[in-house]
Design a protein around this ligand. Structure first.
Ligand SMILES: Nc1ncnc2c1ncn2[C@@H]1O[C@H](COP(=O)(O)OP(=O)(O)O)[C@@H](O)[C@H]1O
Ligand SMILES: [Mg+2]
Length: 362
């Protein structure tokens, strides 16, 4: 199982569009590495460059210490699974899975053994005679998965393979893909625009934006220590709360005040060097703040609505046009006439410079 190393990789499409800018990082052998970012940020371009389906203008790609930058796709020993399945419609499930082995001119017995074994692993053993159009979306994606596995590749590449499936099937297929990874420990790159998919599946994640890698880390590193405002707002559900303003001291209390709306987050203390700075983005997650009933003081909140999520609830509170989400106990009693003030728990907030969007006061 090789590691995959990108060394200053850049890609410009023929129309002059810079899809990848100077990408350098390493995926370790056996990792389940996820590339995540909004649509159009260059995820598929980077993945296709690993497969050799896309040429790059600058830089190099290495599998272990082998420079594969100019290697043909078929020399790279890769199994790839796409969003749209890319099955051959006129071939049966059996023939679709067998196809890569036919190309490799394996003998009939060998092919049959491999197809039956892999089909069983992805629960397709009873559907081998069907054509793709006679299968559900989930079953089609299993065929695509089986066709990638049967080649016994050293690297797996997945490009949004679950995007066409409904939520329930998606969750189930996630687990199946992870259990296959557990079994084979093949170096894998998985592309998705869905941060929840990234967080639940990855050993490590690279967050991409506009052809750049913004931050690489384990799911918890990205969640607990975002280096930019983009990562703070992209990772995590519900989306992190943001106030824009400055820290103030008022009658011995410390507050972060949103300049436009005037609303406040009570904090334990003001971070070092933050006293004199204006134009700060202060971000805090729904579990990092709490509300308490108050009189109608400046910047207080009212209750707007509640979403039950089993053992806890997500409450949305409103002050002027500013909405915030707070995790509440399941027995929170709703009262639309009550005013609330907002407190940070243990100063668990992240500050970013409002113009550079970079983390400050760490
Ligand atoms: N063949 C192409 N020619 C020109 N621009 C392209 C081509 N393919 C993709 N792009 C552009 O490159 C950017 C990155 O595309 P892509 O890698 O597909 O993004 P993602 O997979 O993150 O959605 C997008 O802005 C897209 O429009
Ligand atoms: Mg894509």
């Amino acid at each position: 199982m090789p590691s995959i190393r990108f060394d200053s990789v850049a890609k410009t499409y023929e129309n002059g569009y810079n899809a990848l800018n100077n990408i350098s990082f390493t995926i370790e052998e056996g990792e389940f590495f996820v590339l995540v970012g909004p649509s159009g940020c260059g995820k598929s371009t980077l993945l296709r460059s690993v497969a050799g389906l896309e040429s790059i203008q600058k830089g190099s790609i290495f599998f272990d210490n082998n420079d594969v930058t100019n290697a043909e796709p078929k020399q790279r020993n890769i199994g790839m699974v796409f969003q749209n399945y890319a099955l051959y419609p006129h071939l049966s499930v059996y023939e679709n899975i067998a196809f890569p082995l036919e190309i490799q001119k394996k003998n009939k017995t060998e092919i049959n053994d491999a197809v039956v074994s892999v089909a069983t692993q992805v629960s397709l053993q009873n559907l081998l005679d069907r054509k793709p159009k006679e299968l559900s979306g989930g079953q089609r994606q299993r065929v695509a998965l089986a066709r990638a596995i049967v080649k016994n590749p050293s690297i797996f590449l997945f490009d949004e393979p679950l995007s066409n499936l409904d939520a329930h099937l998606r969750a189930q297929m996630r687990l199946e893909i992870l259990s296959l990874h557990q079994r084979y420990k093949k170096t894998s790159i998985y592309v998705t625009h869905d941060q929840i998919e990234a967080m639940t599946m990855a050993t490590r994640i690279a967050v991409m934006k506009e052809g750049n890698i913004i931050q690489i880390g384990t799911p918890s590193e990205l969640y607990l220590n975002p280096k930019t405002y983009f990562v703070a707002t992209f990772i995590g559900s519900p989306t992190i709360n943001t106030f824009e303003g400055k820290f103030i001291e008022n009658k011995g209390k410390y507050l972060f005040q949103d300049t436009k709306s005037g609303i406040c987050l009570r904090v334990n203390s003001i971070p070092e060097n933050a006293q004199s700075q204006e134009n700060i983005l202060c971000c805090f997650r729904s579990e990092s703040c709490t509300i308490s009933p108050s009189s109608k003081v400046d910047g207080a909140f009212t209750f707007e609505y509640i979403e039950y999520v089993g053992n806890e609830s997500l409450g949305t509170f409103l002050s002027g046009e500013q909405r915030i989400t707070v995790r509440l106990s399941a027995n929170f009693s709703q009262d639309i006439t009550q005013w609330y003030t907002l407190h940070s728990i243990d100063n668990q907030f992240f500050c970013f410079d409002a113009s550079t969007k970079e983390r400050i006061f760490e």
